[in-house]
Ligand binder design. Structure first.
Ligand code: AMP
Ligand code: MG
Length: 336
């Protein structure tokens, strides 16, 4: 059962990546599609990453991107012994020295925790572990177990002082799963741009960061998937020119008991999977990292509060999908 669930999720995520890739090519005219892109796929941080790079035949671009992914996984992974996050989580309240990148991600997380009154909270770890949605064979934790785990959730326990991170609760732990992929997508885009690449698509498990436009000068078409639909079933298409489109959805990781979905986006108030009638939130912006943070944040805040937050921020647009597949766009989110 355990293996089956994991396999299903992995296959689905590989398919999601591949699909965004295909969609990006679907409207290329014959002449432009004759230019063969460099393409590669790899698996890091539980995510299938697909790169599609135009304007270069230098295969080392791919290997250098994989090296970067490897480097970041070794900083941000919770399970790799000696990673920054592992060191923090095993510090038992003692100050931990971390890389600039990790300190920056934690500081950014704290900004969004404050902005969302704790809806986004990287100390959610004990709740994530308790539900263990990725491996869970369908066991729902008891109220007592949830209360015990919630006692160690609260971003106020984190202090960042330059490169030193301290958790005032020795049993608190952090999880950068809601922000790290976005940060990495931005870093890959920066790297490729610094190498002169002007047209590329970076796809981390369905979260897409575009560099420029397609080689024929038209925008990339990036699909928002229909929650729980087939992998090729899209509910909206977004035109991207150097933009990032990041989605948080219940269908990405979940288990089901008695017809109810228990997913991976946790509500730090209840200690349970967020239960607010949403199935997906996509954020369109120029920053994958902030798009990633805001997609998780808005999901937890819900349609009304999440929409309010997006409308209060410059440079971010959102598309919310509810359980009955109603779509709600922020005022500047493009129509299909
Ligand atoms: P995303 O898929 O970007 O929405 O992020 C979900 C991941 O972020 C989960 O798999 C957890 O690792 C982590 N997470 C879950 N709930 C929260 C939350 N309320 N705040 C911050 N991170 C969370
Ligand atoms: Mg996120």
């Amino acid at each position: 059962m355990r293996t089956f669930t994991n396999l299903k999720i992995l296959i689905r995520r590989a398919a999601l990546s591949l699909f965004a890739f295909m969609l990006a090519f679907s409207s290329l005219p014959a002449s432009a599609s004759e230019e063969e892109p460099l393409t590669g796929t790899a698996f890091f941080l539980d995510t299938v990453t697909t790169l599609t790079i135009y304007g270069s035949t230098d295969e080392t671009l791919l290997t250098r991107c994989w090296d970067l992914l490897d480097e970041y996984e070794n900083l941000f992974s919770r399970s790799i012994e000696g990673s920054d996050v592992w060191n923090i989580n095993h510090s038992e309240g003692k100050p931990t020295t971390v890389s600039d990148e990790t300190a920056f991600l934690i500081e950014t997380s704290l900004t969004y925790s404050e902005l969302s009154d704790g809806a986004f909270d990287i100390t959610i770890t004990p709740i994530v572990d308790l539900w263990d949605v990725l491996n869970n064979p369908g066991i729902i934790p008891t109220d007592d177990e949830i209360d015990a785990a919630l006692a160690h959730v609260g971003y106020e326990a984190i202090t960042v002082d330059n490169n030193t991170v301290t958790l005032s609760d020795p049993e608190a732990q952090i999880d950068l799963g809601g922000i790290a992929k976005g940060y990495i997508a931005d870093a890959l885009a920066e790297f490729l741009k610094s190498e002169g690449i002007q047209s590329a698509l970076i796809n981390l498990g369905g979260d897409v960061q575009a560099i420029g436009k397609k080689p024929d000068g038209s925008d990339w078409n990036v699909g928002v998937l229909r929650p729980f639909g087939e992998v090729s079933d899209i509910i909206a298409v977004v035109q991207c020119d150097g933009d990032s489109l990041v989605t948080s959805g219940t269908y990405e990781r979940y288990f089901e008991v008695d017809g109810k979905i228990y997913h991976h986006i946790m509500d730090p108030q209840s200690g349970r999977p967020t239960d607010n009638n949403l199935t997906s939130v996509s954020i369109l912006s120029s920053s994958s990292m902030l798009g990633d943070t805001l997609s998780t944040t808005c999901f937890v805040l819900g349609l009304e509060e999440g929409m309010k937050l997006i409308e209060s921020l410059d440079g971010f647009e959102a598309l919310f999908i509810t359980e009955d597949e109603a779509i709600f766009r922020s005022s500047g989110f493009p129509e299909d």
